[in-house]
Design a binder for this molecule. Structure first.
Ligand SMILES: [Zn+2]
Length: 152
């Protein structure tokens, strides 16, 4: 067993989210499975985890977007972030230089390098939480690029 690229070290925020979800199953990796509030879910098709900034990450295997899921829970995206930690999105809104964006992505890029080494060079099989996390990383990098596009 390889160690996940991301450790869930903010379980408290999941406890907060858990009370808004039905059919919660706690996973051994610290994440949750639950019935997705975004669609009529018969099984637990929503995976819930914690991101690098301590924020809650959702993945609905039926394809609901984070906005749909959060809206159905009666919450907003900012509820997914820890109260006292500045989130990447909050910082983006108040203005971010290209240098600051690169700094914010530094950890993500490091994780991508580790993943390339582990999965492409050493040939290990990625576990689902790593696939989820890398998907999240790609989204963040893409968002950063779009943000810089929009400022030109
Ligand atoms: Zn869903």
């Amino acid at each position: 067993m390889n160690t996940p690229l991301r450790k869930s070290n903010h379980p408290f925020i999941l406890t907060k989210i858990e009370s808004h979800l039905d059919g919660v199953i706690r996973r051994s990796n610290g994440g949750l499975l639950a019935k997705c509030p975004g669609h009529d879910d018969k099984n637990q098709s929503l995976a819930v985890g914690v991101g690098m900034k301590g924020q809650v990450i959702f993945k609905c295997f039926a394809g609901c977007t984070v906005d749909e899921i959060v809206g159905a829970m009666g919450l907003t995206i900012s509820d997914l972030y820890p109260d006292n930690s500045p989130s990447y999105e909050k910082q983006t809104r108040s203005g971010f230089s290209a240098w600051q964006l690169l700094n914010a992505l530094e950890k993500d890029l490091l994780v991508v390098l580790i993943a390339i080494n582990r999965y492409l060079i050493e040939g290990e099989r990625p576990c689902q939480s790593d696939v989820d996390y890398l998907t999240e990383v790609c989204k963040r990098i893409n968002e950063a690029l779009q943000y810089l596009e929009g400022r030109k």
